[in-house]
Design a protein around this ligand. Structure first.
Ligand code: TRP
Length: 321
């Protein structure tokens, strides 16, 4: 079974990225042949700073390795190291009906959030289809927000096969359950564009301050809180605590005499512990950037071995070769 997923290097990775994309991907590395890439071509639709793109790309690699991606099991690479993605994207764009892209929610959402309505942003799903089809991926673990893009991928594969003969295999989306429930500091979905994130590897003091700043309701410390499971802080605790630790916090809130300040302090402690081993691995990686670059170079070579012949098959099918 071949598994494929991508993550954009468009900012510092946060806890929403971790629980939504990175952790499930790392868990899957034992279950098949996994290919994970840093979608730097895609990041060009929202980030226009070359230095930042270079920096974020390397940071994603470092953070992924720190969090447990094992390059002996999973292939980690940078999308633009495999330029065949772009050629296939062009090929697919020529059989892609405009209406298919016009129906994509993500384009409309991004434009309404202020991203410029350019062709790259519009064609984003076609590049994503190329990413998926070029590895003949069986499984594409994605968050619900990407469901439509995987459907577009299936449509494009079908259309290409009908036009030029059987060439591509249809991928199955695999939705990461729970991925959409990572709540940010303001109660909305955690997302860079809402400025409500908690970084995975933020500095201690800044992170404590950020977590202590979560706005809660105005009940006093003494009051019992029968709806203890509902607030923002406990929802974050749920991800970084064991079941017992979580239950313990819920009960303390319900009993009364335990305030939101206490809860948020505990949230920080649990968060800090949860990411401690990854933080230590990350420190080591930061002192060994040559290793990180080597992982990406090796990954690109392995990825290209798969991507090149599939792209060539498409070139032959449509008469480019
Ligand atoms: N669009 C995805 C996101 O923003 C990233 C991505 C690009 C991707 N290409 C992909 C994910 C191919 C899965 C498969 O989350």
């Amino acid at each position: 079974m071949r598994i494929l997923s991508g993550i954009q290097p468009s900012g510092i990775l946060h806890v929403g990225n971790y629980f939504g994309m990175m952790r499930p991907s790392i868990q899957l590395q034992d279950q098949g042949e996994a290919f994970y890439f840093i979608a730097d071509y895609h990041s060009m639709t929202s980030l226009y700073d070359a230095t930042q793109r270079r920096e974020y790309t390397r940071q994603v690699a470092i953070d992924f390795l720190a969090c447990g991606l094992d390059p002996k099991k999973a292939v980690l690479f940078k999308q633009s190291d495999v330029p065949e993605h772009v050629e296939l994207s062009w090929i697919l764009s020529t059989i892609c009906p405009m209406g298919l892209l016009e129906r994509c929610h993500s384009y409309k959402d991004k434009v309404s959030k202020g991203l410029s309505a350019n062709h790259g942003l519009f064609a984003y799903p076609v590049l994503m289809a190329a990413d998926i089809l070029i590895y003949e991926a069986d499984r594409v673990p994605v968050g619900r927000d990407q469901k439509q893009h995987v459907e577009v991928t299936r449509d494009l594969a079908l259309k290409f096969n009908q036009t030029y003969g059987e060439t591509f295999k249809l991928p199955e989306p695999q939705f990461r359950e729970g991925a959409e429930t990572i709540i940010g500091l303001d109660g909305q979905k955690m997302s860079k564009s809402y400025n409500n994130t908690v970084e995975i590897f933020g500095a201690e003091k800044a992170t404590r301050k950020r977590l202590m700043g979560i706005v809660m309701d105005s009940r006093t410390r003494e009051e019992p809180k029968p709806d203890a499971e509902e607030n923002r802080a406990i929802q974050l605790i749920k991800h970084v605590a064991s079941a017992e630790q979580y239950q313990d916090e819920v009960e303390k809130l319900k009993a009364g005499g335990y305030g939101y300040g206490d809860l948020k302090k505990r949230l920080f402690e649990l968060y800090w512990e949860y990411f401690r081993p990854a933080r230590e691995r990350r420190e080591a990686l930061l002192n060994n950037l040559d290793y990180v670059d080597q992982v990406l170079a090796d990954g690109a070579e392995k990825a290209r071995e798969i991507a090149r012949p599939v792209n060539q098959r498409a070139r032959v099918a449509c008469g480019l070769a």
